[in-house]
Ligand binder design. Structure first.
Ligand SMILES: Nc1ncnc2c1ncn2[C@@H]1O[C@H](COP(=O)(O)OP(=O)(O)OP(=O)(O)O)[C@@H](O)[C@H]1O
Length: 346
């Protein structure tokens, strides 16, 4: 079902060279996103990964025209289905776009559900808004959607208040709501972070099922490379407002080129690492005002050289669609950086 993203006809979302800036009164504007380019093919699942503060949420909010007031899309283009320029749309047009073409689910479903209303009216209102169906049809469709997202006894669930459901059930309800307008694009921002591991896996399987059945494209955002490992066809690794590596899931897992990606992979816990000390990348993501003129990862990189602090490396082609932002990769290719060795626990 996965289609190659190389063919422009298969592209659904195309983010080109996007810049987002933060302005606060009396202070110089700070760059939050810097030249981010990423595309999502039809029926494709693209994972965006990076530590907290790297700009993943800002990226997804800029796609949907939902940036908070302090942030501004200051450059670049965002194109949907080859025809809609999202970066040029008015707030009204963006609202219609969000209702019809794209939907978003967040980490905390309670932030989007009204605690004072049962599930039924919240879901049916959404359906009636998008599909202009009668009250009865909307209720039937709501029950169907709840069934589709794996919730038992949908009819009685429609009469429940959100706080009566578990976190996993609430997230399923959110997915049902998101799917009510049959969107082409689903943006899921840390959808399983608050859930236990088993429920996490079930929600991921559900989203993959929706992609397989409906051909919905998914932009999946997570700080945890382990979470998006099995889900994504392609992965973009973000660091300090830039994409530092991008490629197929195989490229990222089997042939990671950027030292940040290598660090993230080494930090994934696995049964085989049980007797080993879990690796953590030393240091932290620089704050917006701390980003220097060189490679933003240099202060945390074991292989950093003088030039890495002096100027910013370009995003270079490792092979095919596999890209990485590193001088050493540019010079020596995919194996420029050694894998991280984790130490055994004695
Ligand atoms: N409303 C805002 N006002 C000021 N700065 C903001 C705002 N929203 C985000 N930022 C800044 O933009 C940068 C990127 O934030 P973003 O939330 O996109 O990161 P993230 O990778 O999604 O992290 P997390 O997983 O913690 O949400 C951060 O430095 C953050 O402080």
């Amino acid at each position: 079902m996965t289609q190659s993203n190389a063919d422009p006809a298969n592209k659904l979302l195309e983010i080109r060279d996007v810049n987002v800036t933060l302005s606060s009164r009396g202070k110089p504007a700070l760059s939050v996103l810097d030249g981010v380019s990423l595309s999502v093919g039809k029926g494709e699942i693209v994972g965006v990964v990076g530590e907290s503060g790297c700009g993943k949420s800002v990226l997804s909010l800029s796609v949907l025209g939902l940036l908070p007031a302090a942030l501004r899309l200051s450059g670049g283009e965002i194109e949907y289905a080859g025809t809609h320029r999202l970066d040029r749309m008015s707030q009204d047009e963006l609202r219609r776009f969000r209702g019809k073409e794209a939907a978003m689910i967040f980490q905390d479903p309670m932030s989007s559900l009204n605690p004072g209303l049962t599930i039924g009216p919240q879901l049916t209102e959404m359906i009636r808004l998008h599909l202009s169906s009668s009250r009865k049809e909307a209720r039937e469709r709501a029950a169907q959607l709840l069934h589709k997202v794996g919730l038992p006894r949908p009819e009685s669930l429609l009469r429940e208040y959100p706080h009566r459901l578990s976190g996993g059930m609430r997230q399923r309800v959110m997915i049902a709501m998101a799917m009510s307008c049959r969107p082409g694009l689903l943006i899921a921002d840390e959808p399983t972070t608050a859930l236990d591991v088993t429920t996490q896996a079930q929600i991921m399987t559900l989203m993959r099922g929706i992609r397989d059945e409906d051909g919905t494209s998914v932009l999946l955002i997570s700080h945890d490379l382990g979470v998006i490992a099995d889900m994504s066809d392609r992965i973009a690794v973000m660091y300090a407002g830039q994409i530092v590596e991008q490629g197929s899931a195989r490229d990222i897992f089997d042939r990671p080129a950027h030292p940040y990606t290598i660090g993230l992979l080494s930090a994934i816990p696995s049964p085989s690492k049980k007797r080993e000390k879990l690796f953590a990348i030393p240091g932290a993501v620089p704050a917006l005002h701390e980003r220097g003129q060189g490679c933003r990862f240099a202060p945390r990189c074991r292989a950093a050289e003088d030039r890495c602090y002096a100027s910013a490396p370009p995003l270079v082609r490792v092979q095919g669609e596999h890209l990485a932002r590193c001088f050493l990769v540019e010079e020596k290719g995919a194996n420029a950086h050694e894998p991280v060795r984790t130490g055994a626990v004695s």
